[in-house]
Design a binder for this molecule. Structure first.
Ligand SMILES: Cc1ncc(COP(=O)(O)O)c(C=O)c1O
Length: 390
C-alpha cells in the first residue's frame, strides 16, 4: 500500500493562493505562519494530478458536459461513505457551495425575508444573505458541558415566519458531527414552520472514524423533503481552487424550482477540470483520505497535548471532523483585540479571529491544522513564547 507523505513542506508563495499570497490583504502582513483559510498545505493526491495531466495531453479544451462517469462517481461515493442511495436526477454541479447558498437564497426567498443561522458559524452564512438584503435571525448554539448543541427551544421561539435555515453539517468552526436525532428534530421543526434547510456538508467526508456523519436528507423523510444538500470533494482532496461542488435535492418540487433556476442562468455548468478532478477523487480517493485523516488526527492530538501541558488556559474543542480546530481562549481573559494581537503581533501566527463567526465566537480563535506537523510545532512554540511575554 502506498504511504503518502504529509510531512513534506511545499512552497506555495507565488501561486496566487489566498493562504500565503493573500495574507497581506487580510492581515496587513505577509510573514505570519498561515493557519487560517480552510485549505491544506498537503500536495493534492497524485491520482487527481495524473487525471488532470492526462486530460491536458489532449490539448483541446472546448465546451464540456457532466458525463455518466461524473454522476456515477458521486452516486457510488455517497453509497460507500454514508450508505446514501441517491438518484442521478438529484445531482447537479454548482460552482462553489457559497455560490450555491447565494443561488438558493435568490431562488427561494425575497429581500426582507428571514433566514436562520446557528452561530458561531462559517461567516458567509451571514454575509451572503445580508448582501442580498435578507434578514439574518440567530439561533445561537448553546454550550452544554463543553459541547455545542442546537437550541431547539429558542429555535421554536423564532421560527415563525422564517423562510430558510442554513446548516453547517458537520459544524464549522465547532467541529461537531451532528447526531442523527438532532437532525431529525431540526427537520421536524423546520417542516412544521415551512422552513427550507440548506445543509452544507463540505466537511463531511473528513469525519473521524469514531463518529458517523449523517447526511441531513437521510435523517428522516421530513428532512429529505425540506432540504437541499451541498457537498464537494474540494476540502477533502485539497482542490478548492478547481471548484468541484455539487448539490443534491431529493424533493421533486424543490428540485424543479432550484434546478430550473440554475439551468436558466447556466449556473450549473461545470468545467473540464472540475469533472475530471471529482471523478478521480471519488474513484481513487478512499485510501488517501484515510491516511490524511490519520495525519490530521495526530496533528489535533499534538496541539491538544501541547496546550494542555504548556498553555492550559487555551482549551481545544475536540473536532469530530475536518482540519479546523476551535480554540477556547476565554480563560486568558483578554479583550478580543488583545487576543487577536497575541496570536498575530506577538506570536506571528495567522489564525481566524473567532468573532468573525458571529455571536459566541468572541474569546475564540480558529486554527487550521491541515499542514505538516513541523509547521504546527513551530506555531505552538511561537504561541507559548508570546503568551509568556505577557
Ligand atoms: C462550511 C463551509 N462551507 C463552504 C465552504 C466553501 O465552499 P466553496 O469553496 O465550495 O464555496 C467552506 C470553506 O471553508 C466551509 O468551511
Amino acid at each position: 500500500m502506498k504511504q503518502y507523505n504529509f510531512d513534506q513542506q511545499i512552497e506555495r508563495h507565488g501561486t496566487d493562493c489566498v493562504k500565503y499570497d493573500g495574507m497581506k490583504e487580510t492581515f496587513g502582513k505577509d510573514n505570519l505562519i498561515p493557519l487560517w483559510v480552510a485549505d491544506m498545505d498537503f500536495k493534492t493526491p497524485d491520482f487527481i494530478i495524473n487525471a488532470l495531466k492526462k486530460r491536458c495531453e489532449h490539448e483541446i479544451f472546448g465546451y464540456t458536459f457532466a458525463s455518466d462517469k461524473y454522476y456515477d462517481s458521486i452516486i457510488e461515493w455517497l453509497l460507500y461513505k454514508y450508505l446514501w442511495k441517491i438518484e442521478r436526477d438529484w445531482i447537479t454541479y454548482i460552482p462553489g457551495i457559497v455560490k450555491g447558498i447565494a443561488y438558493a437564497v435568490q431562488c427561494f426567498t425575497e429581500p426582507g425575508d428571514k433566514i436562520i443561522i446557528q452561530p458561531p458559524v462559517y461567516h458567509p452564512f451571514r454575509i451572503v444573505p445580508e448582501s442580498f438584503h435578507r434578514e439574518i435571525v440567530y439561533n445561537p448554539l448553546k454550550l452544554v458541558n463543553g459541547y455545542y448543541e442546537m437550541d431547539f427551544e429558542h429555535l421554536e421561539s423564532i421560527a415563525e415566519g422564517c423562510k430558510m435555515l442554513i446548516l453547517s453539517n458537520p459544524h464549522n468552526p465547532g467541529g461537531v458531527v451532528w447526531p442523527k436525532e438532532t437532525l431529525q428534530q431540526l427537520a421536524e421543526i423546520c417542516t412544521r414552520h415551512h422552513i427550507l434547510v440548506i445543509s452544507d456538508e463540505i466537511h463531511a467526508e473528513m469525519t473521524f472514524p469514531q463518529y458517523r456523519h449523517t447526511p441531513f436528507a437521510t435523517a428522516s423523510e421530513e428532512a429529505a423533503s425540506c432540504s437541499i444538500t451541498f457537498m464537494a470533494p474540494s476540502k477533502t482532496f485539497n482542490i478548492a481552487g478547481i471548484v468541484t461542488s455539487y448539490s443534491i435535492v431529493p424533493n421533486e418540487e424543490l428540485r424543479r424550482k432550484f434546478y430550473g433556476y440554475l439551468e436558466a442562468g447556466e449556473f450549473n455548468s461545470g468545467t473540464i477540470f472540475a469533472y475530471e478532478a471529482t471523478i478521480a477523487a471519488y474513484t481513487f480517493g478512499g485510501e488517501w483520505l484515510q491516511q490524511m485523516r490519520s495525519y490530521i488526527m495526530a496533528n489535533i492530538l499534538y496541539v491538544t497535548n501541547f496546550l494542555k501541558k504548556h498553555l492550559p488556559a487555551i482549551k481545544v474543542y475536540q473536532p469530530q471532523a475536518s482540519f479546523l480546530v476551535w480554540l477556547d481562549c476565554r480563560e486568558l481573559n483578554l479583550p478580543q483585540q488583545e487576543l487577536v494581537a497575541l496570536f498575530k503581533e506577538k506570536a506571528g501566527l495567522a489564525l481566524n479571529d473567532g468573532s468573525m463567526f458571529g455571536p459566541g465566537g468572541e474569546g475564540h480563535m480558529r486554527l487550521n491544522v491541515g499542514c505538516p506537523r513541523s509547521i504546527l510545532e513551530q506555531a505552538m512554540n511561537a504561541l507559548l513564547k508570546a503568551a509568556n511575554m505577557k
